[in-house]
Design a protein around this ligand. Structure first.
Ligand code: MN
Length: 502
């Protein structure tokens, strides 16, 4: 189990029509199924069986308790017998936690020779789950429907994806994002409605004066700085010249470590899970805290450059959803284009802030001049290229009245060394190809900043958008410009009507 602080509840729908013995048998089956799910080794969150519900009162009590339990991050329902769905209405109206409707059956194959009416009374998911599905549809209840036998690894894998998304969602519900400085001058796409973000997506976006950060920067303990500098030198390739105590280069590395300790300190003290920076608003720091941002991202702190709080939050959620998975995630920016026919690609980088979790090789700690913003200075950073492989890049934009998530499946290909551009980078071909990938993204109004992951795919983002009830535009292997444009038109109408229906 990856997320031991969290639980997913399993609730079995039944009724008393078939007698108490039937409910006892249903209960025993449910216990065995939940044990089987937990023992499968495929689920990242423990499943806790909450018993059968046989009446409106029981449903309502159960879902009230789910709402009130901070460890419960989602509810799985399954209708073992026919569970008349009017009894679910009030409970479903109250339920605030993500819902997964598991259309499964205790019994796997029909026992043709022995099946009798007693067996039928106990294996009624075929119609019971349809009755439940109807009331969810009637209530317009966002949910994931997983169909498959409970012992089938494919069905368990779908539940596992949803669980990871539930963990990311739960984590976001008390996510504090500290903004050191505002949006960069006049940038539109990274901005948006922070009140709506809190109502819809859960997180709280707060300004933090750089002067507060400076109290930390100017009071970090020298012993802590020296220990961190030693850790840098032990962890990363670097020129020996950086280690010459008292040299200008050493001072720059030393001050980078101060910035990292200051940022980690204030984030911890304020209970923040993410932050943004602004290179025109750096207080007493002698350089942009790029190395600090890289390393804090690897620890799981959300990061967005130039005030981009939406991408900071999304990065944090990507990190949580991908916990324990092997290949990593990063904040990235569409940096520059490489036109090369069918292999046309986009270089992904940032002036400094790329997460080392995606590095293909041991990162190299370098000092190079950075002439942007208020500090024109030698600046520490980790330099590397990224792993090849498939991944997904996503962003959230504010369309005015609603958020739109845009996701693009991408193929990371091997990058070439950049001897005169000292930044970490990735190089990817958007799917289905450069022309449709980039063109569709632009038509959808996507940012130049993204949260990127090798470990997640669009299924995660479908589950996330369903839970958050936000628009999702997927640009992937089957997309064409025409299908993307139609998706955008459908979204406009859907969200207009959806508001009217609610
Ligand atoms: Mn940027």
């Amino acid at each position: 189990m990856i997320y031991n602080d969290y639980q997913v509840w399993f609730v079995t729908g039944a009724q008393l029509l078939y007698g108490g013995d039937a409910v006892i048998a249903v209960d025993a089956h449910s216990n065995e199924m939940v044990k089987g799910l937990n023992d499968s080794g495929r689920l990242p969150v423990p499943v806790v069986y909450k018993g059968t519900v046989n009446s409106e009162k029981e449903v309502t009590e159960c879902f009230r308790a789910a709402n009130n339990d901070p460890n419960c991050i989602g509810v799985i329902t399954w209708m073992h017998t026919f569970s008349p769905a009017k009894m679910w209405i009030h409970g479903l109206q109250l339920l605030k936690k993500p819902l997964l409707h598991f259309h499964t059956q205790f019994n796997k194959e029909i026992p043709w020779d022995t099946m009798d009416m007693d067996f039928m009374n106990l294996n009624q998911s075929a119609h019971g789950d349809r009755e439940f599905g109807h009331i969810c549809a009637r209530l317009r209840k966002p949910r994931k429907v997983v169909v498959g036998h409970w012992q089938d690894p494919a069905a368990q894998a779908k539940i596992a994806v949803w669980m990871r998304v539930c963990a990311g969602w739960a984590d976001a519900q008390d996510m504090l994002i500290l903004r050191f400085g505002d949006q960069m001058n006049n940038v539109a796409v990274t901005d948006g409605d922070k009140v709506e973000a809190e109502m819809r997506l859960g997180y709280h976006v707060d300004y933090c004066p750089v002067s507060d950060l400076m109290k930390y920067y100017n009071s970090v303990k020298e012993t802590d700085v020296l220990a961190l500098v030693a850790e840098y030198f032990a962890t990363y390739d670097h020129d020996a010249a950086l280690e010459v105590v008292g040299s200008d280069a050493y001072v720059k590395v030393y001050n980078s470590a101060r910035a990292e300790l200051a940022l980690r300190g204030i984030l911890k003290d304020k209970g923040a899970k993410a932050f943004t920076t602004n290179f025109d608003d750096l207080g007493d720091m002698d350089q942009i805290p790029g190395l600090a941002s890289q390393r804090l991202m690897a620890e799981g702190y959300g990061f967005g450059a130039e005030g981009d709080w939406k991408t900071a939050a999304l990065y944090r959620t990507f990190w949580v959803m991908g916990k324990g998975l092997p290949k990593g995630c990063s904040f990235l920016e569409d940096y520059t284009l490489n036109f090369a026919g069918e292999r046309s690609a986009i270089l992904q980088a940032h002036m400094l802030e790329v997460c080392p979790l995606i590095a293909a090789q041991k990162p190299r700690l370098e000092l190079n001049f950075l002439g942007i913003g208020v500090c024109k200075s030698q600046t520490a950073r980790l330099v590397f290229t990224s792993k090849p492989g498939d991944g997904v890049a996503a962003t959230v934009v504010d369309m005015g009245g609603r958020f739109r998530m845009i996701a693009n499946e991408v193929e990371c290909i091997e990058s070439k060394p950049l001897p005169n551009l000292h930044v970490a980078s990735a190089l990817w071909i958007p799917k289905p190809n450069f022309e449709v990938g980039a063109g569709g993204w632009i038509l959808a109004g996507g940012t130049h900043h993204t949260a990127f992951s090798y470990d997640l795919d669009v299924e995660y983002l479908k589950d996330y958008a369903e839970i958050a009830d936000i628009e999702l535009v997927i640009i992937g292997k089957d997309s064409t410009i025409d299908t993307i444009k139609q998706d955008l038109r459908n979204g406009e109408i859907y969200y207009m009507l959806n508001k009217a229906l609610k």
